[in-house]
Design a protein around this ligand. Sequence first.
Ligand SMILES: Nc1ncnc2c1ncn2[C@@H]1O[C@H](COP(=O)(O)OP(=O)(O)OP(=O)(O)O)[C@@H](O)[C@H]1O
Ligand SMILES: [Mg+2]
Length: 252
Amino acid sequence: MLEIRNLTKGFGGRQVLKGINLSVPKGDSTVIIGGSGSGKSVLLKCILGLLEPDDGQVLVDGQDTTHLDEKTRYKLMTRFGMLFQNGALFDSLSVWENVAFGLIREGTSESKAHKIAVEKLAMVGLAAHVADQAPSELSGGMKKRVALARAICQEPEIIFYDEPTTGLDPITSDVINELILKLKRELGVTSVTITHDMTSAYKIADHISMLFEGQMIAYGTVPEIQKSDNPYVQQFIHGRADGPIKMAVRAH
Ligand SMILES: Nc1ncnc2c1ncn2[C@@H]1O[C@H](COP(=O)(O)OP(=O)(O)OP(=O)(O)O)[C@@H](O)[C@H]1O
Ligand SMILES: [Mg+2]
């Protein structure tokens, strides 16, 4: 469904993505892991068209999306849902207006948009009265749920999750993991998740891909990654200070 071919991106002569290849099958949950600065966010921005890659292709259902005109890109974006890190909710809008933001922008009537927003909030386990609250009145975990409701509001085919559990307590993190699995089960969505949280990665992933210094250095199912003999992968998934990754950082 989503295929990335030889994607490169640099800034001011410094290569951040050095030829990324990744295939995400329809209905699959692919998790991208990798250390700080390895290029995860840049990759996501290139996929979403927020950054223009230097070279390579991003194919959605076989169609290259890297050189689309504005209108076609906008149409494509309606097939994507995005859970931004920290939720990125608009504080000046109520919860339901945040959830229904895309619908309202598309011209859906206010009463219909409100009804859909309340349904989506119920899907992520939030009561109807939350709809009229302000984001500033909510806890971090509730904000993530609202952001999730917004991500699924226009029934996307692919959802991108950027650090969905970062900053949450372990129980709330697991509730979010369960919601991600529920959306996959009930809506059949394809998803790409960026995370550092290995507990979450193991729980939600069909496949894990590891990004290191601008390249995908490993790809496999959860057991395959856990058994990987790649020392970079082993160091990362076990969170060890000692190992080749630290030496690579020191060498710079
Ligand atoms: N707009 C930009 N201009 C210049 N350099 C950038 C830009 N965006 C990202 N970079 C650089 O690209 C590299 C990768 O950044 P990126 O944000 O993708 O890291 P990351 O893997 O998401 O890290 P983290 O886990 O900390 O979020 C960094 O060295 C960063 O400084
Ligand atoms: Mg990032």
